[in-house]
Design a protein around this ligand. Sequence first.
Ligand code: GLN
Length: 446
Amino acid sequence: ESYKRISEVEEKVQAFLSLDEEKARETAKKLDEKLHLDESKGLLFGMPIGVKDNIVTKGLRTTCASKILSNFDPIYDATVMNKLHNAETITIGKLNMDEFAMGSSNENSAYKKTRNPWDLERVPGGSSGGSAAAVASGEVLFSLGSDTGGSIRQPASFCGVVGMKPTYGRVSRFGLVAFASSLDQIGPITRTVEDNAYLLQAIAGLDPMDSTSANMAVPSFVESLTGNIKGLKIAVPKEYLGEGVKEEVRQSIFDALKILEKLGASWEEVSLPHSKYALATYYLLSSSEASANLSRFDGVRYGYRTENPESLMDLYKKTRAEGFGEEVKRRIMLGTFALSSGYYDAYYKKAQKVRTLIKNDFEEVFKQYDVIIGPTTPTPAFKIDENTHDPLTMYANDILTIPVNLAGVPGISIPCGFDNGLPLGLQIIGKHFDESTIYRVAHAFE
Ligand code: GLN
């Protein structure tokens, strides 16, 4: 069914970088045979799933939408892939993204521009744009994305689907090609909140292969979908409804709050006073980490290698100059500068301190409230090419999602009405490791 739908719409949507049809059919056949066996089958049994191309898949090309990994066929599976195999899902293929997950529109892919299924002239968001577009267009039922500063929630919002960035440490990052290791998290993108809870359940948990994965019990997320939010206390940060947020977006949040009030919840305005520093902090820290993480792509170990280098140094230089795209180079330069001696204290160390202040803002609010609610993005999906020549406007798109990564807390984006036919997203942010309450609130809308 997935491949049939893909053959109908992929030409327009352009969500996939590679398809794994032969293997998928083989898996499906094996699962079919199992259907007759009298053993219990998990709820994800046989579900077609798409995977962002920065999650390594054994024997299946993994490019991170970069030329530098154009010929990279991993010899192992990411932990989340092993978990999906255990849950007996079917991997349909690998999904387009911004190169190395740097971007908000999928326009930074070295291969293709994925389009927003609601309006093909517009971007699907990014960097997990392929993952969101494939679910929104019905090519797959589920997908995996990754979120460093908003890359699951922002495309979910632009494409009208459900996207969860779990608590930092909830899902193993083993086999996720690192962008900014202290911020990256893998998470599920689905049509419904219930599906999302099932998928997170399948991929979450401690992993000895990732020292930052948390030794925390994984509760039954689906059991939290009770529909009961009586007495729930909601905080609405005034910084999330201020300048730059489109009036229609603001209105959609107030409409949603009215629904929650009717269901017995109450809300109050609060302040996250350090939000205004989040964007600068994020770009310093994430670029610093990226400059270190991306040093491994040197043309020697794996991936693309320049032809006829004159020396080893020449090999490094040419490989990286030819293999990386413009945005990735911009981040590497920014990060290398911020980490260089003489500037380290002024930039990197300072940014780390501000990060703590941002985290404290959240902790303060969560002393009194169960969840924080606001928009996912200041505007609905923008037009293709509208922001490509203005990196700062592009960066500003993540202003409402980035603080969540800096604090390490979980956040979801769920569909929340339309503006001129374009989907809008509502963001629900929870306490560390309290995805359950987020799902409970999100489910109240379904
Ligand atoms: N758009 C942000 C960036 O370019 C976030 C990316 C992400 O979450 N991977 O860094």
